[in-house]
Design a binder for this molecule. Structure first.
Ligand code: HEC
Length: 123
């Protein structure tokens, strides 16, 4: 191979780099979107199984008649709380209310997925 053709090969390779980079980025963001989609579906399924009974189909709360009433999960008061705070409440429950602890039923991943769904309900 001549020095010239080696140079050409290097130039071609360099030109292809950004293309390859863009393609792999495109794929990984698709994969991410897909994963989020499944996480959200899973959160919805879990929410309907465990939480809808009290917090209602749309998360507006008060689906079950207890005092204090089940929180409106779409309200600003709830939504402005951090993921950590809400996950903590789901994990531990709230003493003296109908909101029980879900630590035996739900894995860390389950709680994350439910939270993702609750955030989505508020939009
Ligand atoms: C038996 C009824 C009941 C069920 C089932 C239930 N909750 Fe609750 N939840 C409540 C009540 C009542 C409150 C309000 C407690 C209060 O006023 O302090 C509450 C509060 C909450 C809060 C706290 C809101 C805030 O202001 O910080 C979150 C988050 C929450 N529930 C999520 C869930 C999730 C997720 C599930 C399903 C895994 C669930 N709840 C199932 C009754 C229930």
């Amino acid at each position: 191979m001549s020095a010239r053709s080696i140079m050409m090969a290097v130039v071609v390779a360099l030109l292809c780099l950004p293309l390859g980079y863009a393609t792999s980025r495109g794929e990984s963001s698709n994969a991410k979107a897909l994963r989020e989609h499944y996480d959200l579906q899973d959160g919805k399924r879990l929410y309907e199984q465990y939480c809808r009974f009290c917090h209602g189909e749309q998360g507006k709360g008060k689906a079950y008649d207890v005092t204090p009433p089940p929180a409106d999960l779409t309200s600003a008061a709830v939504q402005q709380k951090s993921d950590a705070e809400l996950t903590q409440t789901i994990h531990e429950g709230e003493r003296g209310t109908a909101m029980g602890s879900w630590k035996w039923e739900l894995s860390e991943k389950d709680k994350q997925n439910i939270l993702l769904y609750i955030r989505r309900l508020a939009r």
